[in-house]
Design a protein around this ligand. Structure first.
Ligand SMILES: Cc1cc2nc3c(=O)[nH]c(=O)nc-3n(C[C@H](O)[C@H](O)[C@H](O)COP(=O)(O)O)c2cc1C
Length: 226
């Protein structure tokens, strides 16, 4: 039998009494804690990485990691190519799930709900904040499509770099029509807190009424078995 390194999840856990009336405040607080932890200890690189699950028109699932570069009471969100596999999946079926996992903190948050495309002004604001190379890259990559070889991609990047040289201005590369973002409008938000002997705490906010992550009275809480 192969030797397995076992790690006891000796987290502090999570109690009902620690929960706000709606999930927003605790989402914010755990995200901030993960970001601070990485700044202070460097053991949580990319604290904003989120695994995103979608299904295609035949119900076939697909999961990939993206960066959560949008976080508002409306929900967590990310930016991507609007013709990618995930975008095609979402066009056929807007059901979506996302999980943030911070093992060094013994914390995870699971979101599920429906994806809505972010408004163009929000997308533009984020696009213009990205480094020049990433903005050029967004044009160069027909994300999820086959590529003959690496050289083909690099040639395209080279041509685009000539077309839109780096002037230091945020709008020197135009926003591609085919690049955008999604927010997860949640029906469930689960806070997972790892504890010893795999007897973790799972407290789940389940949507009962209209509103967003900050709407008090729109959520009930359910504890689930670990
Ligand atoms: C840490 C990390 C961060 C990533 N961030 C993004 C992102 O913000 N947006 C994105 O479209 N792809 C991102 N990717 C690439 C995706 O995992 C994936 O390869 C790509 O989006 C294509 O997925 P799809 O073919 O399922 O649409 C990231 C990958 C990793 C490992």
């Amino acid at each position: 039998m192969e030797q397995i390194d076992r790690w006891d999840y000796a987290g502090e856990g999570l109690e009902e009494s620690q929960l706000p009336a709606a999930p927003w405040e605790l989402v914010r607080s755990w995200v901030d804690q993960a970001r601070r932890r990485n700044k202070a200890q460097g053991d949580l690189p990319e604290p904003d990485q989120i695994s995103i699950g979608t299904v295609d028109e035949h119900g076939r699932p697909s999961v990939r990691t993206v960066l959560m570069r949008y976080l508002e009471p409306a929900g967590p969100g990310f930016y991507t190519n609007l013709d990618s596999r995930k975008a095609r999946d979402l066009a056929a079926n807007p059901q979506i799930a996302g999980t943030l996992t911070w093992a060094p903190l013994f914390h995870a948050i699971r979101f599920s709900g429906r994806a809505r495309q972010l408004d163009r002004d929000v997308v533009r604001g984020y696009f213009e904040s990205r480094p020049w190379g990433s903005r050029v890259g967004a044009w160069a990559s027909a994300q999820s499509q086959p590529l003959h070889d690496r050289g083909e991609l690099e040639q395209r990047v080279h041509e685009l770099e000539q077309r839109w040289p780096d002037t230091g201005r945020p709008d020197d590369v135009p926003l591609p029509d085919g690049w955008g973002g999604y927010v997860i409008e949640c029906d469930e938000v689960e806070f997972w807190a790892g504890r010893s002997s795999r007897l973790h705490d799972r407290l789940v906010f389940v949507r009962e009424g209209d509103g967003d992550l900050s709407t008090e009275g729109a959520w009930r809480v359910e504890r689930r078995q670990p």
